[in-house]
Design a protein around this ligand. Structure first.
Ligand SMILES: *Cc1c(COP(=O)(O)O)cnc(C)c1O
Length: 427
């Protein structure tokens, strides 16, 4: 009756209650699935990659620049990783330079070529759908006396090599067009663009961060002079990448300091990460034929399922020339962010266009560049599948997303289902 007794009375059963609650809560957690469909944003480190890295944090901690045997072990590991990266893209080890990731590689390629050209008022050609690591670097150079042509793309996101040719001037110091777009998955005609660059003796850079480890890439067959790649997009660690620099390409140094990476990129090597990058790129490229076939089948099932069950939906990006794991779909009369939250509540991780634009009200520059009006661009979802995605995962999304879209549309003042759609719903 009294306060203290009541307090104790509550306290004791409360903990008992808590214990009784646990199994129920645990069941809910087990029921709630985790379906990760945001592999274009990042991927988990593969267990065998982690295993390869671990000794280089502890017992093999030598600085590769030192002279004793402990250091030689580290140096050997770095050089083995360099060979693996080179092999994955058809390069030679001497043309591979380790960096802190895709962003640094893009910055180095673009600023390095701009500065090395020695041409005052140099000109750069790029596309309007590049990753911000390329676009913002180009915008920075524009503020520093360079001029930049941002080529348009067609409705599928393709750059026309003839437009590249037409944009070339005698001041052009670099052509930079991405290998595959991170939002809509479109794969660009890199070989043809590289041929244009080569005809004019202009270096050609490609941001291949979404491509390496997912589709076959060959710098010689595809006329590539500079190529950016990043470990965490193919089950390697974050914060490590590489820039391929074709032998003989004129490029300035971006990071000054010690003599690492042949005096071209200073700073003590991130040995464990570089080892992980090497292991990851080796495994991912070996598995491309099997994984890409399987993943693209699931991607197509997801796309077909969404388009056939959800009215007022459309696929973004090219129907065939697209990355194996990318499905980007727009749904009219709904906000991407609302769909994401509801998907998250049932355990599905996806993205609206690009992680970099989430949190801002501006729709994706890529979706606007392919001609989507603002409303449609806002209602877009990107699902990026991997070799770990199962048919059950795809079915789960296909089971739940139509209801989510419908629920959100019922709340939208803009949504007036026409007769045809109403009939579809009745069936
Ligand atoms: C992820 C990504 C980058 C940036 O790479 P980081 O390693 O995260 O810096 C650059 N370009 C494209 C196309 C990407 O998808």
């Amino acid at each position: 009756m009294c306060g203290a007794e009541a307090g104790m009375g509550i306290a004791i059963p409360a903990s008992g209650q808590d214990m009784m609650d646990k199994p129920a809560r645990w069941e809910v957690m087990q029921e709630k699935r985790t379906i990760y469909m945001d592999n274009a944003a990042t991927t988990p480190v593969h267990p065998e990659v982690l295993e390869a890295m671990l000794p280089y944090f502890t017992e093999r901690y030598g600085n590769p620049s030192s002279v004793y045997s402990l250091a030689r072990e580290s140096r050997k590991a770095v050089e083995e990783a360099r060979e693996k990266v080179a092999k994955a893209i058809g390069a030679t080890p001497g043309e591979i330079f380790f960096t802190s990731g895709g962003t640094e590689s893009d910055n180095w390629a673009i600023k390095g070529c701009a500065w090395a050209s020695g041409k005052k008022g140099g000109h750069i050609i790029t596309s309007s759908i590049e990753h911000h690591a390329v676009l913002h670097t180009c915008q920075y150079l524009e503020k520093n006396g360079f001029s930049v042509t941002y080529l348009p793309v067609d409705e599928y996101g393709l750059v026309n090599p003839a437009d590249v040719e037409a944009a070339v001037t005698d001041r052009t110091v670099l052509i930079s067009v991405m290998y595959a777009n991170n939002e809509i998955g479109t794969m660009e005609p890199v070989r043809e663009i590289g041929a244009v660059a080569r005809d004019h003796g202009i270096p050609f850079h490609t941001d291949a961060v979404q491509a390496v480890g997912h589709v076959p890439v060959d710098v010689n067959q595809e006329n590539i002079d500079l190529l950016s790649l990043s470990g965490h997009k193919f089950n390697g660690p974050k914060g490590v990448g590489a820039l391929y620099i074709r032998k003989g390409t004129r490029i300035g140094t971006y990071e000054h300091g010690g003599g690492q990476e042949k005096r071209r990129r200073a700073g003590t090597e991130n040995v464990p990460a570089i080892v992980g990058l090497g292991k990851a790129v080796e495994s991912a490229t070996a598995e491309i034929p099997e994984v890409s076939a399987r993943v693209s089948r699931m991607r197509d099932r997801l796309i077909r399922g969404l388009l056939s069950t959800i009215p007022h939906s459309r696929l973004n990006g090219h129907p065939e020339k697209r990355l194996p794991g990318n499905a980007n779909v727009s749904f009219e009369f709904v906000e991407g962010e609302s769909m994401l939250l509801l998907l998250d509540s049932i355990g599905v991780s996806a993205s609206t266009g690009s992680a970099c634009t989430s949190g801002s009200l501006e729709p994706s520059h890529v979706l606007l560049a392919i001609g989507l009006p603002h409303e449609k661009a806002h209602g877009s979802l990107r699902f990026t599948l991997s070799g770990d995605t199962t048919g059950g995962d795809v079915d789960y999304v296909l089971l739940h997303l139509p209801g989510i879209v419908d629920r959100l549309r019922q709340m939208s003042p803009l949504y007036k289902p026409d007769e045809k759609e109403v009939k579809c719903n009745v069936q």
